[in-house]
Design a protein around this ligand. Structure first.
Ligand SMILES: [Zn+2]
Length: 168
C-alpha cells in the first residue's frame, strides 16, 4: 500500500484503518479529529482530504468545521460554516424558515438529513443524492450528493456533487 498521511506526511500503515473519506489520513490524525476538542486542529487535518468535507457534530446537529474545499464550493467563510446547520451552509431554502434546517416540516423526508442522522448511529452513507432548492440570486434546484462516515462522535460528510438541476 505505502503512501503517507495527507495531513502530517507520516507513513501510513499497510492497511488504511477506516472509511473511505478519511482513508488518506493516519490513525493519529484521525484520532485528533475523532476527539473533536479543537476545531482549528480538526480543520487543519481535514485540509489533507482532497474533496470538500464538512465535519458535523450531533446534538445539536451543526457543522463543527469544514475544509477549504467545502467552503469554496458553497462560497462560505469559516464563520458562516462553523456552528451553522448543514442546510445553512449550502443555502437550502428550508434553512430560511422559522423552524430552520432539519426542523422545518419540509425537512421530514430529507434524505441528506436522514443519512447524517444514520451516520451518528454508526451507518456510513455512500453517495446519497437529493434534489434541494438552493437560494442564490434566485432559488434554483440543485442535485446534492453526499457520502458520510462516523468518526468518534462526529460525522465526516463529503460532498460528492453539488450541481444545478437541468429541470426548471
Ligand atoms: Zn497524519
Amino acid at each position: 500500500m505505502g503512501g503517507a498521511c495527507t495531513s502530517c506526511q507520516t507513513a501510513l500503515e499497510a492497511a488504511p484503518a477506516l472509511g473511505r473519506i478519511s482513508q488518506s489520513l493516519c490513525s493519529a490524525c484521525l484520532e485528533i479529529v475523532a476527539m473533536g476538542e479543537h476545531a482549528p486542529a480538526c480543520r487543519a487535518i481535514l485540509q489533507g482530504i482532497d474533496t470538500p468535507v464538512l465535519m458535523v457534530q450531533s446534538n445539536p446537529r451543526l457543522v463543527f468545521t469544514a475544509n477549504d474545499k467545502a467552503l469554496a464550493l458553497f462560497a462560505k467563510s469559516l464563520p458562516k460554516a462553523e456552528g451553522h446547520r448543514g442546510g445553512e451552509v449550502f443555502n437550502c431554502v428550508h434553512s430560511y424558515t422559522e423552524a430552520g434546517c432539519g426542523k422545518d416540516v419540509n425537512c421530514e423526508d430529507c434524505k441528506i438529513k436522514a443519512a447524517i442522522v444514520a451516520t451518528f448511529e454508526g451507518t456510513p452513507a455512500n453517495e446519497v443524492s437529493s434534489t434541494l432548492v438552493i437560494r442564490q440570486r434566485q432559488d434554483r434546484p440543485h442535485h446534492l450528493t453526499i457520502s458520510s462516515e462516523p468518526v468518534g462522535r462526529f460525522a465526516l460528510v463529503r460532498i460528492d456533487g453539488f450541481t444545478p438541476s437541468q429541470e426548471t
